[in-house]
Design a protein around this ligand. Structure first.
Ligand code: TYM
Length: 341
């Protein structure tokens, strides 16, 4: 029997953030390095998803290759045959399955997607692609029968939608799709208590996001390490003079504790314990800032040394195998809905 699949994707629009790194990249890279003998690891670039929000088309191709290189710098091995690195648009089955799933999805269900509501509100031009985006994401997951999909908290609803459409199609047409594990089980599998949501440093009530305009509250993986350290030093905190993990009452301090814990691969409980009784935010921030600086310096050094030609080779060889796997699922669906004998 084929190994179960762990799969994730990150869009290549702008610079990736430390939120993308911890929410999307690190969990799958960890799995790739520790469990690739039991699992097939799929890491891909959802390049068709790039068009759902405004982008610079002239740099998209370079951004895609840069993202693939970045995954390698983050520790994704290129020489392991159980690990696949690929571009969504190089596997036409993604688009074809999306259309079929579109036609089995109710408009009302899609209208309830909170990310669509957030991203479309107040915008003059909202594309059908933005609306349709979770269905393409479901196709990305279902084509390969992925059981585990590490994503940040903002993608949880899309994962639930994927489970929902898979179950609906299965009950109508027989066992067509592997239904991804429920979100709670996913968290257990990746050793987390809940979905990860790194918050904006300036406004800890909102998610750290690459589309943020000022960039002051966002740590980009490409930030100059000294600039990133300054962003930590000027992060919004509170007037309680107490370093404790309490998201509701001290969201800024809690966010910094979470970032520090992630950078050290330590638990939040242990990290918070270390600062028990600490009243000077400046001292605490300096420790976080130094850790961020060390992380970015090291990461950027690794990125500089990535062999881009080897990355492109890995993309091309993975895409050959992924086309075969994806087409197998697509054809089963085509048969089920009456398009093929
Ligand atoms: P994208 O490209 O917006 O984000 C990539 C990953 O980063 C996570 N993330 C965060 N995690 C924690 N804290 C944050 N502040 C934060 N910001 C972003 C996201 O949750 C995500 O895991 N639709 C997806 C891409 C996609 C995909 C897929 C993912 C397309 N098809 C199939 C998994 C499986 C997206 O736009 O993520």
């Amino acid at each position: 029997m084929a190994n179960p699949v762990i799969l994730t994707g990150l869009r290549a629009n702008n610079d990736l953030t430390i939120g993308n790194y911890f929410g999307g990249i690190l969990p799958i890279v960890d799995m790739a390095n520790t469990r690739s003998s039991e699992f097939q690891i799929n890491m891909f670039i959802p390049d068709l998803h790039s068009f759902t929000t405004p982008i610079d088309y002239s740099t998209l191709y370079e951004n895609i290759i840069a993202n693939a290189s970045l995954f390698n710098a983050a520790g994704l091995p290129l020489d392991n045959p159980n690990i696949y690195l690929y571009r969504q648009s190089f596997i036409p089955a993604h688009s074809e399955l999306t259309w079929i799933l579109d036609c089995f999805t109710g408009f009302g269900q899609m209208e309830r997607m909170t990310q669509f509501k957030d991203k479309s509100s107040g915008q003059a031009d909202v594309s059908v692609g933005l609306f349709n985006y979770p269905i393409l994401m479901a196709a990305d997951i279902l084509l390969y029968g992925a059981a585990y999909v590490p994503v940040g908290d903002d993608q949880t609803q899309h994962l639930e939608f994927t489970r929902d459409i898979a179950e609906r199609m299965n009950s109508r047409f027989g066992e067509l799709f592997v239904v991804p594990e429920p979100v709670k089980k996913q968290h257990e599998f990746f050793g987390k208590e809940q979905g990860l949501r790194i918050m904006d440093l300036q406004n800890p009530a909102k998610k750290m996001s690459k589309s943020d305009e000022s960039g002051k509250g966002v740590l980009f993986l490409s930030d100059n390490p000294d600039v990133a350290a300054k962003k930590i030093m000027s992060a919004t905190t509170d007037d309680k003079a107490n370093v404790v993990f309490d998201r509701a009452n001290q969201p800024g301090i809690s966010n910094l504790l979470e970032i520090l814990a992630l950078l050290r691969s330590a638990s939040i409980v242990d990290t918070a314990k270390e600062f028990e009784g600490e009243t000077r935010y400046g001292d605490f921030k300096k420790i976080v800032a130094d850790e961020v600086k060390r992380f970015l310096t090291d990461f950027q050094h690794k990125l500089k040394n990535v062999d881009e030609a080897a990355v492109v080779k890995k993309l091309e060889s993975s895409e050959k195998v992924m086309n075969i796997q994806a087409n197998r699922t697509l054809q089963a669906v085509q048969r089920a809905v009456g398009l093929r004998k």
